[in-house]
Design a protein around this ligand. Sequence first.
Ligand SMILES: NC(=O)c1ccc[n+]([C@@H]2O[C@H](COP(=O)([O-])OP(=O)(O)OC[C@H]3O[C@@H](n4cnc5c(N)ncnc54)[C@H](OP(=O)(O)O)[C@@H]3O)[C@@H](O)[C@H]2O)c1
Length: 352
Amino acid sequence: MRKRKANRFMNAVVVSEYGPPEVLRVRKIGKPVPGDREVLVRVRATSVNYGDLLARNFKAVSPREFNMPFILWVFTRTYFGIGRPRVQVLGSEFSGEIEAVGRDVRRFKPGDPVFGYRGQSMGAYAEYVRLPENACLALMPANMTYEEAAVVPYGAVMALGLLRRMKVRPGQKVLVVGASGGIGSAAVQIARHLGAEVTGVCAVERSEYVRSLGAGKVIDYRMEDFTRNGETYDLIFDVLGRSSFSRCKNSLAADGSYLAASFKTGKLLRMLWTSLSGGRKAICALAPGSVADLLAVRDLIEAGKIKTVIDRSFPLEQAAEAHRYVEAGHARGKVVITVDGEDKTGIKERQR
Ligand SMILES: NC(=O)c1ccc[n+]([C@@H]2O[C@H](COP(=O)([O-])OP(=O)(O)OC[C@H]3O[C@@H](n4cnc5c(N)ncnc54)[C@H](OP(=O)(O)O)[C@@H]3O)[C@@H](O)[C@H]2O)c1
């Protein structure tokens, strides 16, 4: 009997020009083949997050609009492509199962359910993604579906990496600015798990969502200025870096800290200045996105400390619709892109 030839092509959502959601188009592209120390993952679900929206239209992002120092804008613009996108398949986080492994791979075997984070390499808006064995990839939490697990890695790994250095203690008061976003929604849950009293800052439309993650109080930034309400916090974690240390200073406890995940050069100088003096500190930090953090995130999920609230799922063919939905500000929870379009079960299917 003649063997059937393996399919060398796969469906992927490809961005061949910068622009609005309509530039996301399904195309057939070459299916990746894993090298000796690589794994091939059959993607089941991926997400729409901040990085996907940015990469899809980075040409339109000016250095001023970019939330990081100018030099990082130059690096990112070069990396994503100056005139046309170099990273043509978006999707930085995903869940799925190991389809094939290279001959030197030890951590995974075909059939393993996994979830992971690709960072700026992206590539998960496709039926298959190839990664090094030691990438930010781990066996999936036993208590999540593919859809739930796919939207955790980016935000939770970033939030954990950033919060770890702040040594949050039980009973401390933590304010998370940008609490409804990818990083903020995980930060609320992790700070709660560490025993903090958490206040989330977000738009009123997402206040129920942020409360459901464990925030005791929610402040709508369009209605109330948290720097003027008389409250003080041990930690103010501003994900987007829209506030400033000088404005937040009086809302910090005497030994409190202001942590910015997004920062320009001025905030870096402020960090240097406050590190030389006593009292309140300004801290700018980058999260490495390590596999150790992903494993710690999986433990937190399995212990019931991090959950996923899904607002809507879109099949891969409707990736443009998913981007439009998020950009219009409709989401009240995570937006998932399912890659085979049918799997809602995940756990059950894996148990069979
Ligand atoms: N330091 C690091 O290692 C690191 C790593 C990755 C990303 N980042 C940075 O993190 C940022 C993206 O974070 P993300 O993925 O969590 O973004 P995201 O998912 O887009 O969430 C941002 C949230 O901020 C809220 N928001 C908008 N304007 C606000 C305001 N004025 N006050 C308070 N909240 C506001 C939005 O929700 P509402 O509409 O509900 O307000 C949104 O949910 C980027 O600036 C990126 O550069 C840093």
